[in-house]
Design a protein around this ligand. Structure first.
Ligand code: GAR
Length: 213
């Protein structure tokens, strides 16, 4: 199983979707640690309910983004996430620096509640609703130094209703997040994602060559 660290800041429903897929045998990963930058994140409770180790790192305890990131790298490495592993930002509301990205280059993914590059930032759903777009959705992407910017792995679209508030839209987008994030992680676990510049290619699933027609 692919060792993963999941970073959360809030409710952790995306974390739950990963836990559920692993327990259903549909995602070949093992969550080694859940890290939160907030002590009151419900994601921590979800992790504890499934006997997953947790770490709380309060960014307010650090004097720079870099020192915070150094500590996150240490915590993730200590948990047993190595070069075969991945780091998942599941509602993690912090920008990371090269200090964090360098050790896990190409193996950090984020879920964002909008169709990037539209509506990056912390209120992607509200911004899309207020703009009046007819379609929004969610994006799983590799993380780079810029916020909500890295190469796109997978997207899903949802129709928007005129005048619908951001909360209603967010709830419908969240349902799709819970489908595409575990799917993208399973592709990563299978070694099927190949990054060529900005483009993520999905390689075909390896067939079982032992079975001949
Ligand atoms: C999710 O909608 C996620 O896409 C979003 O925060 C929510 C976390 O929900 N992330 C961002 O906005 C990142 N820019 P959860 O804690 O229930 O998974």
């Amino acid at each position: 199983a692919m060792p993963i660290a999941v970073l959360v800041s809030g409710g952790g429903s995306n974390l739950q979707s990963i836990i559920d897929r692993i327990e259903a045998g549909m995602l070949d990963a093992e969550i080694k640690v859940v890290v939160s930058n907030r002590g009151d994140s419900f994601g921590l409770t979800r992790a504890r309910n499934h006997n997953i180790p947790t770490r709380v790192l309060l960014h307010t305890d650090f004097d720079s983004r870099e020192t915070f990131d150094e500590e996150m790298v240490r915590a993730i490495r200590q948990s047993g996430v190595n070069e075969t592993g991945a780091v998942v930002m599941a509602g993690f509301m912090r920008i990371v620096t090269p200090v964090f990205l360098e050790p896990f280059r190409g193996r950090v993914v984020n879920i964002h509640p909008a169709l990037l590059p539209s509506f990056p930032g912390v209120r992607g759903q509200g911004d899309a609703a207020d703009y009046g777009v007819k379609i929004s959705g969610c994006t799983v992407h590799f993380v780079d130094e810029q916020m909500d910017h890295g190469a796109v792995i997978m997207q899903a679209a949802v129709p928007c209703q005129p005048g619908e508030g951001g909360d209603a839209l967010a709830a419908r987008i969240l349902k799709l997040e819970h489908r595409i994030l575990p799917q993208a992680l399973q592709w990563l676990a299978e070694g099927r994602l190949e990054l060529r510049g900005r483009f993520v290619h999905l390689k075909p699933a390896s067939r079982n060559l032992a079975i001949q027609p």
